[in-house]
Write a protein that binds this ligand. Structure first.
Ligand code: CP
Ligand code: NVA
Length: 307
């Protein structure tokens, strides 16, 4: 049966570990497996802007022996003119996999329901699971392990990154803490899913409003933009609401002495993070960005070997 990757818990804990192990091996040996040799094409659709996701998928698909076809959705029939289901029925006859950055998660679900080739979520309003695979790979590199570590995310607790850290971190057996304003808390259904996963992996989930409580003693501190793509009209209100959640030296200083700072990027210095933290000695954001490439190559190879 075709496997898709629409949210972080589409991989079981054992499968997530397999993908991360393969990613680590492929980082050392970039052409270890070439399942797209032929070359087979992978379609990569963007409804929103992107730098890292676009370049890492295009490069990774080429490394796997394939041919990336990057499409701006507005230049295609997708997005109003032709249904998602009909698009999937056409694409599956031509390409090895479909990668899509879009707004609603339900669109990805419709694409996957109508596709016999793997569909990968390259960011939706609800989740950004490819980013979390890269983040977990980065944490493993810097900390040597995942299970048992405490991951603290502060800021917009209702966004795609917060949801993916909850699911992906719990899958890895981590203690996931999320803090954001009472008005911007995670979807309770996602929290419930993360709690259920954590109960099986030995991890835990804590959701609250106090950034200091979340960061205290944490091994990994993360944040994200306060204004996600599609929320630009709310910018002024959001900058006001999230002021107390900036990761600055005082907040980061509450974390473990060996804690690392991470951010999926793009970052807005002086808003969600101070320049002193993101450009400081314990920031691993450039490793994190590079690992998008390795993690996604492993993910693609894994999905293509489980069809
Ligand atoms: N982190 C991330 O997804 O970056 P892009 O928006 O540049 O793809
Ligand atoms: N939460 C951000 C992540 C960007 C990679 C957004 O959706 O815009």
């Amino acid at each position: 049966m075709t496997r898709h990757f629409l949210r972080d818990d589409d991989l079981t804990p054992a499968e997530q570990a397999e993908v991360l192990d393969l990613a680590a091996r492929m980082k050392r040996d970039p052409y270890l497996v070439r399942p797209l040799a032929g070359p087979r094409t992978v379609a990569v659709f963007f409804d929103k802007t992107s730098t890292r996701t676009r370049v890492s998928f295009a490069t990774g698909i080429a490394d796997l022996g394939g041919s990336p076809l990057v499409v701006e959705s507005q230049s295609s029939q997708l997005g109003g003119k032709e249904s998602i289901a009909d698009t999937a029925r056409v694409l599956e006859r031509m390409v090895a996999a479909i990668v899509w950055r879009t707004y609603a998660q339900s669109g990805l679900e419709e694409m996957a329901a109508n596709s016999r080739v793997p569909v990968i979520n390259a960011l939706s309003d609800e989740f950004h699971p490819c980013q979390i695979l890269a983040d977990l790979l980065t944490i493993r590199e810097h900390k040597g392990t995942l299970a048992g570590l405490t991951l603290a995310y502060v800021g917009d607790a209702a966004n795609n990154m917060a949801h993916s850290y909850l699911l992906g971190g719990a899958t890895a057996g981590m203690h996931v803490r999320v803090a954001g304003p009472a008005t911007h808390q995670p979807d309770p259904a996602v929290v419930a899913d993360a709690e259920r996963i954590a109960a099986a992996t030995g991890g835990s989930v804590h959701v609250g409003t106090d950034p200091r409580e979340a960061v205290s003693g944490a091994d990994v501190v993360l944040t994200d933009t306060w204004v996600s793509m599609g929320q630009e009209a709310e910018k002024a209100e959001r900058l006001r609401l999230f002021t107390d959640y900036q990761v600055d030296d005082a907040l980061f200083g509450l974390a473990d002495d060996e804690a690392v700072f991470m951010h999926c990027l793009p970052a807005y210095r002086g808003y969600e993070v101070s320049a002193s933290v993101i450009d400081g000695p314990r920031s691993v954001v450039w490793d994190e960005a590079e690992n998008r490439l390795h993690a996604q190559k492993a993910l693609l190879a894994w999905l293509l070997s489980h069809e």
